[in-house]
Design a protein around this ligand. Structure first.
Ligand code: OOB
Length: 545
C-alpha cells in the first residue's frame, strides 16, 4: 500500500471531512478489493468459491490463479493506474481478471457483452485504455474482429488479450505465471474500477468506484442479505453489472466465503437445472427474466426448494408479478433499486408482503443521505413524489474526467441527482414513480435517448428525431423513434434505419423497437421536442401528437 501516492487523475474524491468520518465510523476499513478474495482464501481455503461449467475452484486455488494472472499482466507491462477495458461473458476468467487487476492497481473499465464497436471505442478513448481484455466468440459474435477495428482507430491500445482462441492477440491462458502472492500496491482510497453510467446526455460517463467505498457496500449488502459460507449465488445477469457484482452479488458471496455459480444465460431452461444440482440459495434478476421464471416455474420438473431469496431490480417490478414470487417460486422476494453511481435500496428480509411487493426498499446504509425535492431543489412534503438526490459513503462525488457534466449531475453540497422520481412512505421505504432523465429502461437495460437520436440524425434522410419510452407488458418499457424525414414522400424504410444503426456499431438493445414518421415533431413552449406528448400519443390509439 503506497499511502502517499497520488490518487487517479480525474477522480473526484469525497471532501476530507467526509472521508475522515467514514473511516472513523469504521465504514471504510482501508482494505482493497484484492484483500476481499485474499481474506476468504485465508479463512475458507477449501470452500468451493466458483462453479463455471465443469470447473469448480476452491478459494485457495481461485486466489492463487488470480495471483498468477496478476504476475503475467504485470510482466506484460501493465502498471498502477493504467486503464484496461474488460468485456467478458459470464465465465470464471471474469473474476480472475478483476482480482488480478485490483492487485496490480490497474483499473478495469467494465463494458457489457452487448456493447459494440462504437461504444467500446468510446470507452477506450474516454479512459485512454492501454489494453482490452475480451473473449474469442460469444453468442455467435466475434469479439476479435471488433478488437481489430478498435485497435486500428486507437493506437494507444497496446494490448489485446483474448480468452479462448486468441489468433494474433495475446492469449489470456498464456498469462498465468507461477510464483508467490502478489502484493497489493493499491491505496484503498483510490479508484478500483470504472463502471459505465446508463447515461442521458448522449454519451455514457465513467463512474469511478474506490476500494474503500465498494468494499463497504459489498460487506453491508452481504450482511443485509444474510449471506454466509453456505450461500450459493447464481450469477445469471451480466457479471460486470453493479447488481450481480456487489448487491451483494458475487463479491458479496466471495466476501462471505460462499459459492458463485456462473451461467451464460438467465433462461429458466438453463438456470433451473443448475439451481437443483448446485443447491442455489440466492440469485438476482431483472423484471422481464423474473417474469419468465414465474411463467416457467409451474411447468418444470426441477426442485427449486434450495432457493430462499430472489432479488429483483434494475427496473420497475410490477406489484402483481411481485406477489407471485412467494407462491410460484416458493422463496422470499427482495426488491433492489440501485445505481452504478452508488446508492442501493433494498426491501428487507423481514419486511411484510405489502412493503416487499409495492416498494423498492430503503437505503443500504444508515449513512446514506437522501432528499426528495421539487424542480427548484426544495424538499417536497412527506409522501409526495419528487427528484431523488443522494450522497453517502459509497455514492460517487463526480464522474471521471467530466467536470461540466458534474456541475449538472451533482449539487454544490455533493448530492448526486439520480434522475429518478420517488416517493417515501412513513416507513422510509421508497417507491420509484418515474424518471426525469431522458433515458429508456428496457427491462433493466438503460438506453440514453440522446445517444440513439444522435446516431439516427446521422442518416441522410432524417431531419429530426425523438426517442421515447413506450409501455411494454414484458420489458416494462420499449423504445419508439419518432422520425421527421427530410422528405415525407421518401421516408427511410424501417429496415434500412435498423441496418444503418447496426452498421454504426451499437448494442442491439438500443435499436428502436418501433419507428413512427411524423410530418412535424410537437414542441413545448420553449421550442424543445415535447416528448411527453409523443409518449402520450403511444398510449392512445393512433399516433397524432
Ligand atoms: C442498476 O444500476 P444502473 O446503473 O444500471 O441503473 C440505475 C437506474 C436507476 O437510477 C433507476 O432509474 C433504475 O436504474 N432502477 C430501477 C430499479 N433499479 C434500478 N427503477 C425501478 N425499480 C428498481 N428496482 O440498475 C442497479 C444497480 C445496483 C443494484 C440494482 C440495480
Amino acid at each position: 500500500m503506497t499511502e502517499s501516492a497520488p490518487l487517479l487523475d480525474g477522480f473526484v474524491p469525497w471532501p476530507d471531512d467526509s472521508s475522515e468520518r467514514f473511516r472513523a465510523l469504521g465504514l471504510w476499513k482501508g482494505e482493497s478489493l484484492g484483500d476481499l478474495l485474499r481474506n476468504s482464501a485465508a479463512h475458507y481455503p477449501q470452500n468451493l468459491a466458483l462453479i463455471c461449467g465443469d470447473r469448480r475452484w476452491r478459494y485457495l486455488e481461485f486466489d492463487q490463479r488470480a495471483d498468477a494472472l496478476a504476475r503475467g499482466l504485470r510482466q506484460l507491462g501493465l502498471k498502477p493506474h493504467d486503464r484496461v477495458v474488460v468485456q467478458l461473458p459470464n465465465i470464471a476468467e471474469f473474476y480472475l481478471v478483476c482480482f488480478a487487476l485490483f492487485r496490480l492497481g490497474v483499473i478495469p473499465v467494465f463494458a457489457l457483452p452487448a456493447h459494440r464497436r462504437t461504444e467500446l471505442a468510446h470507452f477506450v478513448s474516454m479512459s485512454e485504455a492501454v489494453a482490452y481484455i475480451t473473449c474469442d466468440m460469444d453468442a455467435a459474435f466475434d469479439y476479435r474482429q471488433m478488437a481489430r477495428e478498435i485497435q486500428a482507430q486507437h493506437p494507444l491500445l497496446s494490448h489485446i488479450i483474448v480468452q479462448g482462441e486468441a489468433q494474433e492477440f495475446s492469449a489470456l491462458e498464456s498469462l498465468f505465471l507461477d510464483g508467490g502472492p502478489v502484493d497489493h500496491i493499491t491505496h484503498p482510497a483510490d479508484v478500483a474500477f470504472l463502471q459505465l453510467s446508463g447515461g442521458s446526455t448522449g454519451l455514457p460517463k465513467l463512474i469511478p468506484r474506490t476500494h474503500d467505498d465498494y468494499a463497504y457496500s459489498v460487506r453491508e449488502s452481504a450482511q443485509l442479505c444474510a449471506l454466509n459460507d453456505t450461500s450459493v449465488y447464481l450469477c445469471a445477469l451480466p457479471a460486470a453489472h453493479n447488481f450481480p457484482l456487489s448487491s451483494p452479488g458475487s463479491f458479496g458471496v466471495f466476501y462471505a466465503g460462499g459459492c458463485v455459480v456462473m451461467v451464460r444465460h438467465p433462461a429458466p431452461e438453463v438456470c433451473f437445472p443448475l439451481i437443483e444440482t448446485e443447491r442455489v440459495t440466492i440469485t438476482a434478476l431483472v423484471p422481464p427474466i423474473a417474469l419468465l421464471w414465474l411463467d416457467s416455474a409451474r411447468r418444470q420438473p426441477h426442485d427449486l426448494s434450495s432457493l430462499t431469496l430472489l432479488q429483483v431490480g434494475g427496473a420497475r417490478f410490477a406489484p402483481e408479478a411481485a406477489k407471485r414470487v412467494r407462491t410460484e417460486l416458493g422463496c422470499t422476494l427482495q426488491q433492489v433499486f440501485g445505481m452504478a453511481e452508488g446508492l442501493v435500496n433494498y426491501t428487507r428480509l423481514e419486511d411484510g408482503e405489502y412493503l416487499t411487493t409495492h416498494t423498492q426498499g430503503y437505503p443500504l446504509s444508515p449513512y446514506d443521505e437522501i432528499k426528495i425535492v421539487d424542480d427548484g431543489d426544495c424538499l417536497v412534503p412527506p409522501g409526495e413524489p419528487g427528484h431523488l438526490l443522494t450522497r453517502g459513503p459509497y455514492t460517487i462525488r463526480g464522474y471521471y474526467k467530466a467536470p461540466e457534466h458534474n456541475q449538472r449531475s451533482f449539487t454544490d453540497d455533493g448530492y448526486y441527482r439520480t434522475g429518478d422520481i420517488v416517493r417515501r412512505l412513513a416507513t422510509g421505504h421508497l417507491i420509484v414513480e418515474g424518471r426525469a432523465k431522458d433515458q429508456i429502461n428496457r427491462g433493466g437495460e438503460k438506453i440514453d435517448a440522446a445517444e440513439v437520436e444522435n446516431h439516427l440524425m446521422a442518416h441522410p434522410s432524417v431531419r429530426d428525431v425523438a426517442l421515447v419510452a413506450m409501455p411494454d407488458a414484458w420489458l416494462g418499457e420499449k423504445s419508439c423513434a419518432f422520425i421527421l424525414p427530410c422528405s415525407f414522400d421518401e421516408k427511410p424504410r424501417r429496415q434500412d434505419l435498423l441496418i444503418f444503426l447496426r452498421a454504426r456499431g451499437i448494442a442491439a438493445y438500443k435499436l428502436p423497437d418501433r419507428i413512427e414518421y411524423l410530418p412535424q415533431l410537437p414542441k413545448t413552449g420553449v421550442g424543445k421536442i415535447d416528448k411527453r406528448a409523443l409518449r402520450d400519443s403511444l398510449t392512445k390509439t393512433g399516433v397524432h401528437p
